[in-house]
Structure formats: C-alpha cells, structure tokens
Design a protein around this ligand. Structure first.
Ligand code: TRP
Ligand code: SF4
Length: 327
C-alpha cells in the first residue's frame, strides 16, 4: 500500500518556541514514519505580513531549517523545501485566484480577526487577502491527503477543500481529492503570561534560549493568583505552571498537585523543578542545533535537494492542471 501524503508549512518569521515544538514539530517527526511528508518553509506567506521587514526572511529560513532538523525532521524520510524555490506554488495560486470568489476570502474569520488585531502592520493588501489561496495551492500542488495544523488553521483548510471542489466542478475533472486536518492532541502551551504563546507578545521560551534564560523565564511565569503566601494552598488547575508540567513531565502530575494543594512547596521551587524538566527535554535539540548552525552548507544543501524532489511532484500536478484548463 502506498503511503498517504502530508503537507504542512510554517512561516519563517522568527525564532521557534516551545509552542512550535509541542504543537507541531514533535507531531511531525512522528508522522514522518507513517506518511510521505512534505514540510514547507513558506516564505511567500511570511512576506505577505512582513513585507516591510523582508530582509530578515532569508536568515529566518535557514534558522527554521536548523530548528526543524534539530527537532528530528529527517531529510531521509521527509521533503524539506522552501516555498519560493518551487515556482509551481505561484502558478497554481494563479489558477485558483481566477476561480475563487472574493466573498469566500472576505468572509474568512482568520482574515477578519487579523485585520482587527494586528495594528503594527498594514495588511490591507491584495496579497494578504489571497493568503488562503496560496495555502490551498501549497496543499493541493502535492495532492496531500492530510494536513497537520492547529485549530486556528481550520478555516483555511475548509477553503482549500472548497477551492478543490470548485476546480474539479468547473473543469469536469477529479484532479484534486479531499484533504483532512490532523489536529495535535497536546493541549497548546500558553505563554509565560497566560496569553497565547507568540513572538509578538514576547512571552515565549525559544528553542534557542540558553539554560540560564530558560530558568529566568520560567521564574516569571504567572501562577495561581490566589496563592500569595507560601502557606496558602494553591489551585493547580488554574495554574499555567501546572499545565506545563502536564506537557513536560506528566509523570509528576500527582506529586505537583499534592505539594501545591497542601502548600508543601512554594511556587519558586515548583518552577525550579519545572525549568530543569524543560531543559532536559530541549537539551538534545540545543546540542544538535549548535552542530547544525556551524554547517550552513549542509543545511542549504538539504533545502536544495528538497526543492528538487518537491518540484518533480509539483510539475506533474501543474501539467495536469494546465491540460484540464487550457486544452
Ligand atoms: N498559514 C499557516 C500558518 O500560519 C502556514 C501555512 C502556509 C500552511 N501554507 C500551509 C500550513 C499549508 C499547512 C499547510 O500556520
Ligand atoms: Fe502553580 Fe506550582 Fe505554585 Fe502550585 S506550586 S500555584 S502548581 S507554580
């Protein structure tokens, strides 16, 4: 039986953090055993939001590749490629742009939210409105049957399906199949301050942070606000530190619950223990990261090889699409 194919992508907009690790990368490295995986560093998508800071994207691409490899994405098992190295993404986006009704894009909840929330950049552009059209092209170019994504991306996947159906209907074909989401089971990690973990909130622990910085950052985490004195019993269920324990040392859950609710340990000590558990988990990644950072040529070569492999699949799809549309 042939393996099912997966595509997923990440925008190279800055440093990767623990949220990326437990929300995506750990999952991806498991999936590559079972699926044929293509992981895209989607730099055009980064440019749509960061066109005023475009000069950073190149460095971010290489950093992202290093992080992915350090986290266990294996170029022998998966294709790792940069979106802009494969021009077929843009060609398919053009085909899809012609058939996507404006209303579908204007109604997209993620789009509306971002226009509302992001005040530091002007996103009222033609390119940004078309963000999900390019995302649909990313996925359908490789005819991926499954897409590992976070819940926030579900509206984009729904649009991908609608575009695929509309294409098939208009050109009386079955070129594109339906694709499904693979959602991660891990509860998403919140940031140090309890909001969504994000570079723009400056509340993340980055994969490249030193041990000292990780320890310091963990000490700043918000805890149960009702626990003021050491003798006050705490409520682990509402404490963000406890939710980190669930991810990084689930075997300690009962123990932490006990020392917290019986006020046997204070938050400072509780956080110290957590910091060491986090460090233990990310130390092998940091070591690998350091080695890879010294060998830029090796990483660049992986991306070059990845693009070559991806283009073989991409060109096949584009040939089919051209034939269906134009002949
Ligand atoms: N929009 C995605 C994000 O911000 C990134 C992305 C681009 C993507 N193309 C994709 C994800 C294709 C999955 C499949 O997270
Ligand atoms: Fe949170 Fe630990 Fe403090 Fe309890 S002891 S409130 S779990 S940091």
């Amino acid at each position: 039986m042939t393996k099912k194919r997966i595509f997923s992508g990440m925008r190279p907009t800055g440093k990767l953090h623990l949220g990326h690790l437990v929300g995506a990368l750990e999952n991806w490295s498991v999936l590559q055993e079972e699926y044929e995986c293509i992981f895209g560093i989607v730099d055009w998508h980064a440019l749509m939001g960061e066109y005023e800071n475009s000069h950073q994207i190149k460095k971010n691409i290489l950093d992202m590749a290093v992080d992915w490899l350090a986290c266990g994405i294996d170029p022998k098992k998966s294709i790792i490629a940069v979106q802009s190295d494969i021009p077929e993404h843009l060609e398919l986006q053009m085909f899809f742009s012609c058939i996507t009704p404006l209303g579908w894009l204007e109604r997209n909840p993620t789009y509306k939210e971002q226009l509302r929330e992001i005040k530091t950049r002007d996103l009222h552009t033609f390119g940004f409105l078309g963000y999900p059209v390019l995302q649909a092209a990313d996925i359908l170019l490789y005819k991926a049957q499954a897409v590992p994504i976070g819940e926030d991306q579900l509206p984009h996947l729904e649009l991908t399906r609608e575009i695929a159906r509309r294409f098939n209907h208009l050109y009386k074909t079955k070129v594109f199949e339906d694709c499904k989401a693979i959602l991660t089971e891990t509860p998403r990690l919140l940031g140090l301050d309890g909001r969504k973990m994000s570079k723009s909130y400056d509340n993340a622990i980055n994969l490249s942070d030193s041990a000292e910085i990780v320890r310091k950052k963990v000490q700043t985490m918000f805890t149960d606000p009702k626990r003021i004195k050491l003798s006050d019993p705490g409520h682990p269920k509402i404490c963000n530190v406890f939710s980190y324990y669930k991810v990084f040392s689930p075997e300690k859950e009962a123990e932490v619950c006990a020392w917290c609710t019986k006020a046997e340990k204070g938050c400072t000590e509780c956080k110290k223990i957590l910091a060491e558990d986090i460090l233990e988990r990310i130390r092998p990644i940091a070591d690998k990261r350091e080695k890879l950072s010294k060998d830029k040529g090796y990483v660049e070569d992986i991306l070059k090889q990845g693009a070559l492999k991806a283009r073989v699949i991409a060109q096949k799809t584009i040939t089919e699409v051209r034939t269906k549309v134009f002949s």
